[in-house]
Design a protein around this ligand. Structure first.
Ligand SMILES: N[C@@H](CCC(=O)N[C@@H](CS)C(=O)NCC(=O)O)C(=O)O
Length: 342
């Protein structure tokens, strides 16, 4: 090979590397034709496969909403089930485009792992579940001294558990597993007295136990667990798309735009509704974000508004029947609040 050819080939190879390195997540996702979404391996209400292998839940629907924003089609998602321990590496390595897996926003995860949290799709807190038949008379976590506690590794749960028992001078014996099915099986078989995780998770897990009615969730909430989607640091456009997908879901609920009425709402005379649905002639809101101006229409058509996603997956329309509580919109006394889409 002549030196000149070698230099040319080298330059071409460098060009390829440089263009691959500079491709944005949005470009990559569009080129693949689908969004790769990291979810839990099967937490009812958040992300769990049904008999047909379709992923159901609030976290799964959030990914469908992002896919709808990007492609105009909420079905263009592939799901990667991840344990707590695997999840951040999967995102850092580029195996997934977004992590939507009951993941708590903490300063350590936000600053030390090269990641960004795009919002809080579910405000949660850590709780305890016990088998009331096995521990009759126990109605507070403060009565759990000496208990064996099932917990999943790689979670905030493990750390909060240690803090709580230490702060209250209680003894405990942690029984730690990496996989969800191992924790569930150990607790269900009576190997541990207590199961601890996010309270929403406890309600979902209880449904999968052999005798759900034997188990009670204790009243104490021992931590703040703001759960939300996560992206890699360093790609602001992608961060914006994921963040504003969440805000679009909230804003649609605030404005009464639903899966059933979104088409009809396009002819509304309310300027705010017209703006968010992209029907104002000169709107650039969607294109400035890197998607099309009907992105919110596509999101709501795919999954409904935030309230619909909540109720269908974890609320009244689901087996979990969790009350909206602090996850209500700010206009209804809750914490869910979106900056203006304008
Ligand atoms: N929100 C907490 C806990 C999340 C978590 O992973 N909880 C377990 C509950 S046992 C879970 O969902 N596991 C699902 C899985 O591994 O697929 C965190 O971010 O660390």
């Amino acid at each position: 090979m002549t030196n000149k050819v070698a230099v040319m080939l080298g330059a071409a190879a460098f060009g390829l590397v440089a263009s691959a390195a500079s491709a944005t997540t949005l470009d990559d996702v569009k080129a693949k034709g689908f969004l790769q979404c990291g979810v839990s391996s099967g937490l009812a209400g958040f992300s769990a496969p049904n008999d047909k292998g379709d992923w159901l839940g609030l976290d799964a629907d959030f990914c469908r909403a992002v896919a709808a924003a990007v492609f105009g089609d909420g079905s263009k998602v592939k799901f990667t089930p991840l344990s707590a321990k695997e999840r951040f590496t999967a995102l850092q390595s580029g195996e997934i485009d977004v992590l939507s897996r009951n993941t708590t926003w903490t300063i350590n995860r936000d600053t030390a792992l090269g990641l960004n949290f795009a919002g809080v799709t579910y405000f949660d807190g850590q709780g305890f579940m016990i088998n009331a038949k096995k521990l009759p008379g126990v109605n507070s976590a403060l009565q759990l001294s000496g208990a064996s506690v099932c917990v999943q590794t790689g979670t905030t749960t493990e750390l909060n558990l240690a803090d709580y028992f230490k702060a209250n001078n209680l003894e405990y014996n942690p029984v730690v597993f990496e996989k969800l099915e191992e924790v569930n099986a150990a607790y269900d078989s009576g190997r541990c007295d207590v199961y601890t995780t996010d309270q929403s998770g406890l309600y979902g897990i209880r449904l999968t136990l052999t005798a759900p009615d034997d188990h009670v969730v204790l009243p104490e909430i021992i931590s703040k667990e703001p759960l939300g989607p996560v992206v890699r640091q360093g790609d602001d456009q992608w961060f914006d798309i994921v963040k504003w997908t969440y805000y679009a879901l909230l804003t649609a609920e605030e404005l009464g735009i639903t899966k059933a009425n979104v088409e009809e709402m396009k002819s509304s005379t309310n300027p705010e509704i017209k703006r968010i649905l992209g029907v104002e002639a000169d709107t650039k809101i969607g294109t400035d974000l890197g998607v099309t101006n009907d992105w919110v229409v596509n999101i709501v058509k795919a999954v409904g508004n935030y309230g619909e996603v909540f109720e269908n997956n974890v609320g009244a329309g689901s087996p979990l029947k969790i009350a909206r509580g602090i996850n209500a919109l700010w206009t209804k006394g809750g914490l869910q609040y979106a900056p203006p889409i304008r």
